[in-house]
Design a protein around this ligand. Structure first.
Ligand code: CP
Length: 328
């Protein structure tokens, strides 16, 4: 019989990348990536490492009296299932809907504030994916329990995706000094937006935003990077920068948003030929789901991390739930 793992332990530890001990103030809600400081990220990653061991042993019952409400106004596979699996692995229970817009029998879509007021009476933490870019923020403003943004709006944020993305990178190599290429439809790409905010917390990071000019990263992110002295380049030629990136972060482009669709989509796609031009130790990432922008021929390349990246979502979301539930 393996020894049980005690989750409620002191997470204070000096990290190889950051010497400060991990005793960062905890957020009440998780709405946007900017909330996270480097010490808080390091504590979250310590916990995520521990959760890898907890899952390997089948989970824990530590949170058996806790309930997570999973309130999704738009579809999700990875985020919803990994949050729900996370809560089950912690021993907790889950209330769930992927059709929150049709929540009431009386009206088409109850105001998010009213739904949250109701659900905070039934649960200990609420995970919400809302179609408005301020949906999670509005939820947090009225909730009496922690709220976690599971992706909001078009061009909003997806902070827990960014946390698992960064954890995936952190498991492979130091984040300081990395060059990262974000590729795809970046103006509306909530995963790229959220991860750019997190990368700005680290030193000597360089970012390439690679996109058709009409879909380039929005000025709010660029202004944030400038404020934090992060070097970036706007690029429309993937071939020019693909060999310089330590992390290649591919995202989808909606075909209806580009002119000369086949040619444009082809120019930003990653296939076996494009992989040949990457650094030998590049990390190839994608938040998934994918379409033609990431060819299946790349899957067997040892640099392809995207399925491991999705699996890391379980550990990071378990860690986040423990952090928020301990503080509530
Ligand atoms: N990466 C991501 O958010 O996937 P889902 O839409 O399936 O949750």
């Amino acid at each position: 019989m393996p020894e049980p793992i005690i989750i409620h332990h002191n997470f204070e530890r000096a990290d190889a990348q950051h010497d400060a001990p991990h005793t960062a103030p905890k957020p009440r809600h998780v709405v946007e990536s900017q909330q996270f400081t480097v010490p808080l990220l390091m504590e979250l990653f310590d916990r995520s490492r521990l959760m890898e061991r907890v899952v390997a042993r089948g989970g824990t019952l530590d949170y058996q009296n806790r309930i997570m409400a999973s309130l999704f106004y738009s579809p999700s596979m990875r985020t919803r299932f990994s949050f729900e699996a996370a809560m089950f692995r912690l021993g907790g229970r889950v209330l769930s809907t992927e059709q929150a817009s049709a929540f009431s029998s009386e009206i088409n879509e109850e105001e998010v504030e009213d739904s949250i007021r109701i659900l905070s009476g039934y649960s200990d933490v609420i995970v919400i994916r809302h179609h408005a870019a301020d949906g999670a923020k509005r939820a947090a403003q009225v909730s009496t329990v922690p709220v976690i943004n599971a992706g909001d709006g078009n061009g909003g944020q997806h902070p827990t995706q960014a946390l698992l993305d960064l954890y995936t990178i952190y498991r492979e190599r130091p984040i300081n000094g990395l060059s990262v290429a974000f590729i795809g439809e970046l103006d509306k790409g909530r995963t790229a937006r959220s991860l750019a905010y997190l990368l700005a917390k680290f030193e000597r990071v360089k970012i390439f935003f690679v996109s058709p000019p009409e879909l380039q990263m929005k000025p709010d992110i660029l202004a944030y990077l400038e404020e934090h002295d992060v070097r970036y380049e706007l690029e429309s030629d993937l071939q020019r920068v693909i060999g310089e990136a330590d992390v290649v972060y591919q995202t989808r482009i909606h075909p209806d948003r580009v002119h000369d669709r086949d040619r444009t989509l082809g120019r930003f796609a990653i296939d076996s030929a494009m992989v040949q031009r990457m650094k030998p130790d590049a990390l190839i990432m994608h938040p998934l789901p994918r379409t033609a922008e990431l060819d299946k021929s790349v899957d067997d390349d040892p640099r392809a991390l995207y399925f491991r990246q999705a699996k890391n979502g379980l550990f990071v979301r378990m860690a986040l739930l423990t952090m928020l539930l301990e503080g509530s």
